[in-house]
Design a protein around this ligand. Structure first.
Ligand code: GDP
Ligand code: MG
Length: 195
């Protein structure tokens, strides 16, 4: 099942991708050109397995500037922000608007705050702020998570939860091909800017 990572540059998407793919944290990542994806099989608590196909944006992450190919056929969206930077949470509104035309209405959005290993004095966004943001965007509270890709805290729990929720919802998710017709319309609204 395809899952896309979205969010502003520097929130930790590529670091997340590397931890998912290789189980480690790399401090200095080479910025690659083009898209990257990786598939892994996750075993659920009931013994069933789910294949997660994770996509990372490589560079140029500006909401409104992703290609439809990035979102197309995705069964879920990970909205990532940096707990040290309030703008990255605010900008997720634009990322939600950006992705919605391409994904099925029933596909879950996951709100993911990264970098909780940071000093308490540096943290600008509390879990409650994230829950409030989620509520305003009709994202259920059990789809709000905080992690540290660096230390690994919360990472496995997040992946397992995503796999569980996707397998639970799988029967209800309709194919998103019908949404592709809005692609051309949307392309006309592309904007430069932070989000
Ligand atoms: N402290 C901390 N830094 C992180 C964490 N995850 C990523 N970073 C750092 O944040 C910066 C941006 O990460 P990157 O994965 O390139 O973000 P992207 O632009 O969203 O792909 C890099 O310097 C990472 O080392 C984390 O969990 N904690
Ligand atoms: Mg990146």
């Amino acid at each position: 099942m395809k899952i896309v990572l979205v969010g502003n540059i520097n929130v930790g998407k590529s670091s997340f991708f590397v931890r998912f793919k290789e189980g480690r944290f790399e401090e200095v990542l080479k910025s690659t050109i083009g898209l990257d994806q990786c598939t892994k099989e996750i075993t659920l608590s009931d013994g069933k397995t789910v294949k997660i196909n994770l996509w990372d944006t490589a560079g140029l992450e500006v909401a409104g500037y992703m290609t439809s190919n990035y979102y197309r056929f995705s069964k879920g969206v990970v909205l990532m922000y940096d707990v040290k930077d309030r703008d990255t949470l605010n900008c997720l509104n634009s990322w939600i608007d950006d992705s919605k035309p391409y994904i099925p209405d029933q596909a879950p959005f996951f709100l993911l705050g990264n970098k909780i290993d940071s000093f308490a004095t540096e943290i600008e966004i509390t879990k409650q702020d994230a829950v409030n943001f989620a509520k305003n965007n009709k994202i259920p509270e059990d789809q709000v998570f905080e992690i540290s890709v660096k230390s690994g805290k919360g990472f496995k729990n997040f992946i397992d939860s995503v796999a569980n929720i996707l397998s639970r919802d799988d029967n209800h998710v309709v194919d998103n091909a019908i949404n592709l017709r809005v692609e051309n319309q949307n392309n006309q609204n592309k904007l430069f800017g932070c989000c």
